[in-house]
Ligand binder design. Structure first.
Ligand SMILES: Nc1ncnc2c1ncn2[C@@H]1O[C@H](COP(=O)(O)OP(=O)(O)O)[C@@H](O)[C@H]1O
Ligand SMILES: [Mg+2]
Length: 460
């Protein structure tokens, strides 16, 4: 059976199909109960009608003067039990009607003895049921044929049939409602395993790529094995990505560091101005590449880690202090110093350490990079309700005319920073980390001078 596509759920489909089937069966039940009922009512009326007709026929006597007719009223009282019905009779001797209604319809079939013949006709505007018997009586020594016909209107019969039809209809309805309840239960039972599988898979964390092992019905087995295959391939791809990132980091950073060391040594032993100038260029290019490569790899790591998080309970104060300590040598080169202000108690965050450090490090790097020197870089950590807010404020050149939101796009750099090297990925990393940890990030111009970057994260 083709089901319209608008039923998007299996349960709906099932319920509709089962209800249609139930409705059809209930209708058939109703029709057959009514047919059986009217057939049996007809049969019982026929047997009374037949008996009455035979009773009358048996009372007919032949004789010398003709046929003596004595109608036994018991016959009519037998018929009269149904109340409102009218009764007609007709008795013929030969071709002549001797008593009763002369126009009462005759049977089509040949009458054979006292076996009644039944037929239905319309008479005086009403449908009637008739029974006829024929026999022979001896009149003046010769056998004469007599026929007895008795008819009865069908009001009583129809009343009984309509009462039975009502009962059949009630039965059909009851049957239908019972089937409807069963249909709902069936649909529930059929859809149950699908739902519980979907729920079990949906409940998993994003990093849970284990195979689905729960027992499922046969029909779902191909789906589950396809799902497991997909997860296995995904796991393999993710681990390849991780290996690639680690190897790329190693293979880019190590030769650059070596190049840098050799250039520095050459700088120290050379006295030629021309060579020294070239060496400075080499060092600068090596630094640029190193920084850009570092950020590209950081970005790849963040993207990878967002899917494959290794979350742990961290104290945000400690993470900040670590990043600050690592950045201190660079800050000192520009005569910058940090002012750290954190709450007294721990600030618990449930997060991937690498992601969190990467975000904070990028913000601190920017603050150092875009400050002029001799200034303070403030790191303020506050806790409010369920949120930890980390603000990094500097007194550098600020964002100029750019909007903070535009600067978080990939490779977006400010219009006022052409003299400073950078890749434009730092704030993208911060934004992605904030999103991965269900927090938020914004950067704006600070009152007076400088920039203010704010990273908010939910507390554990
Ligand atoms: N502390 C800051 N002060 C001034 N400008 C900033 C600061 N942090 C970010 N910006 C602006 O945002 C841009 C994007 O930053 P980022 O994504 O880290 O890229 P990059 O530092 O490599 O240029 C920077 O080019 C700069 O214009
Ligand atoms: Mg940056």
């Amino acid at each position: 059976m083709k089901v319209p596509l608008r039923f998007k759920s299996i349960r709906q489909r099932l319920v509709v199909l089962l209800l249609l089937a139930a409705a059809l069966l209930s209708l058939l039940l109703f029709i057959s109960v009514r047919a059986i009922a009217s057939a049996s009512v007809q049969a019982s009326q026929d047997s009374i009608l037949g008996a009455a007709t035979i009773a009358i026929a048996e009372e007919l006597r032949g004789g010398e003067e003709g046929v003596a007719i004595e109608i036994p009223y018991a016959a009519f009282s037998m018929l009269g039990s149904s109340g409102e019905d009218r009764i007609f009779y007709r008795i013929l001797v030969g071709e002549d009607t001797v008593t009763g209604y002369g126009d009462l319809p005759m049977p089509v079939a040949e009458l054979t003895g006292l076996e009644p013949v039944f037929y239905s006709r319309d008479y005086q505007g009403d449908p009637i049921r008739l029974a006829a018997v024929g026999r022979s009586v001896l009149v003046e020594g010769t056998p004469r044929r007599v026929q007895v016909i008795v008819g009865q209107t069908r009001t009583g019969q129809e009343m009984i049939i309509s009462r039975m039809s009502n009962r059949a209809a009630a039965l059909g309805m009851g049957f239908f409602f019972l089937s409807a309840v069963l249909a709902l239960l069936t649909a529930q039972a059929v859809v149950g395993p699908v739902n519980s599988l979907a729920e079990a898979v949906g409940r998993r964390g994003p990093q849970d790529l284990r195979a689905v092992t729960r027992p499922v019905p046969e029909e779902l087995a191909p789906l589950v094995s396809a799902l497991n295959g997909l997860m296995a391939r995904l796991t393999a791809a993710l681990s390849r990505t991780e290996t690639f990132i680690a190897e790329a980091a190693h293979h880019i950073r190590t030769p650059l560091a070596t190049l840098r060391t050799h250039a520095e040594i050459a700088q120290r032993i050379s006295e030629e101005q021309e060579v020294l100038a070239r060496l400075r260029e080499i060092l600068r290019a090596a630094d640029d590449s190193s920084r850009s490569a570092g950020q590209l790899l950081d970005h790849a790591t963040v993207a990878y880690r967002t899917d494959q998080r290794a979350e742990e309970d961290l104290d945000l104060r400690a993470v900040m202090a670590d990043v600050m300590r690592a950045a201190e040598p660079t800050a000192e080169l520009k005569d910058l110093h940090f002012e750290l202000s954190v709450p007294d108690g721990p600030v618990p965050i449930h997060a991937d350490r690498l992601l969190l450090e990467s975000a904070v490090r990028n913000l601190v790097d920017n603050a150092i990079k875009y400050s002029d020197g001799d200034d303070a870089i403030e790191l303020r950590l506050t806790v409010d309700g369920g949120t930890a807010t980390l603000a990094i404020l500097d007194r550098g050149r600020g964002l100029g005319t750019m909007q903070g939101r535009d600067l978080t796009r990939r490779f977006a750099r400010g219009s006022n920073v052409s003299d400073v090297v950078g890749s434009g990925l730092g704030l993208t990393i911060v934004r992605e980390v904030a999103r991965a940890l269900s927090g938020s990030f914004r950067i704006e111009n600070r009152e007076g001078k400088g920039a203010c970057a704010i990273l908010s994260l939910p507390l554990a």
